[in-house]
Design a protein around this ligand. Structure first.
Ligand SMILES: CC(C)(COP(=O)(O)OP(=O)(O)OC[C@H]1O[C@@H](n2cnc3c(N)ncnc32)[C@H](O)[C@@H]1OP(=O)(O)O)[C@@H](O)C(=O)NCCC(=O)NCCS
Length: 252
């Protein structure tokens, strides 16, 4: 039987990567977050996979925007959870994040216990909550009342919007599908990945350089003296948060 291997993502992994992600989301609140090609980011990204033979059993993608790193995807094949795969993937990414100048790592997820416990177990703390609200005219026609569309289009069939968490009861009364989305944060001290708390990291050391992929034309070292585009967007979103409770736009 092939052994479990941790390594950087390769282009030939794409189909298996997509299948693993799809299956892992199947029983979660992200069940319809389906991708049919691997997303490209206009940011440096650390991409790791756990494989057995040619099959991807776990995946992690983390973008780095100046000092803030964000987990864009973490997923483990449902037949292989609780083997420490997600934990070791993150361990493997930490030194690369650090060496690229990231000092905080954030993650966004809904209510699934596995993901929330996984983040807390690995030193993340919750910083912010807001609502993901789906309106679906097929489920209940009244759900799309109040939404408008440009001339020439019918009223919407579906809609997706954010709402402040304080309005959860009201939103749940009006819409059948409402998720509480949480932002988790973790500081990344300079020696991250070396401490005893990261004991499992030894398994996945040794490929930090290959794991980091810079987008074409952005090979230069990041300018850490100014806020990144994403940090600026978050600061704006933060300002909005205080007024309305809405969070920044995230896939999850
Ligand atoms: C969340 C996820 C990535 C965890 O992967 P994993 O490889 O099983 O995690 P690890 O084995 O490294 O860590 C296990 C720890 O995570 C938590 N955990 C994992 N699965 C759990 C479950 N089904 N129920 C409760 N806690 C769970 C526990 O803290 C567990 O520690 P324990 O086994 O000592 O109790 C995996 O369950 C998954 O892919 N879920 C669907 C996709 C998803 O939700 N992604 C993240 C948010 S977008």
């Amino acid at each position: 039987m092939a052994s479990l291997t941790f390594r950087p993502y390769l282009d030939r992994d794409e189909r298996s990567w997509l299948r693993c992600r799809l299956l892992s989301f199947f029983d979660t609140e992200h069940y319809d977050d389906v991708l049919v090609s691997r997303p490209a980011y206009d940011l440096p990204v650390v991409r790791l996979v756990a494989t057995e033979g040619a099959e991807v059993l776990g995946l992690l993608g983390v973008t780095i925007d100046a000092t803030t790193a964000t987990i864009e995807s973490v997923a483990v094949h449902p037949d292989h959870t609780r083997r420490g795969i997600a934990g070791r993937l993150l361990c493997g990414a930490l030194p690369a994040l650090n060496s690229h100048g990231a000092s905080t790592l954030d993650a966004w997820t809904r209510g699934d216990e596995a993901a929330n416990r996984r983040y807390r177990a690995q030193g993340f703390t919750e910083r912010h909550r807001y609502l993901h609200v789906y309106a679906d005219a097929y489920a209940r026609e009244a759900e799309v009342e109040g939404f408008t569309t440009p001339e020439g289009l019918s009223s919407p069939v579906y809609a997706f919007a954010h709402a402040p968490v304080e309005r959860e009861a009201e939103m749940r009364a009006r819409y059948r599908r409402v998720h509480v989305c949480r932002q988790y944060l973790r500081e990344l001290p300079p020696d991250i990945g070396a401490g005893p708390r990261e004991g499992g990291c030894a398994v996945v050391r040794g490929f930090q350089r290959e794991a980091l992929v810079r987008p074409a034309g952005r090979g230069a070292a990041p300018d850490r003296s100014r806020p990144s585009r994403r940090t600026s967007a978050r600061l704006r979103a933060g300002a909005r948060d205080r007024a309305t409770g809405h969070g920044p736009v995230r896939r999850r």
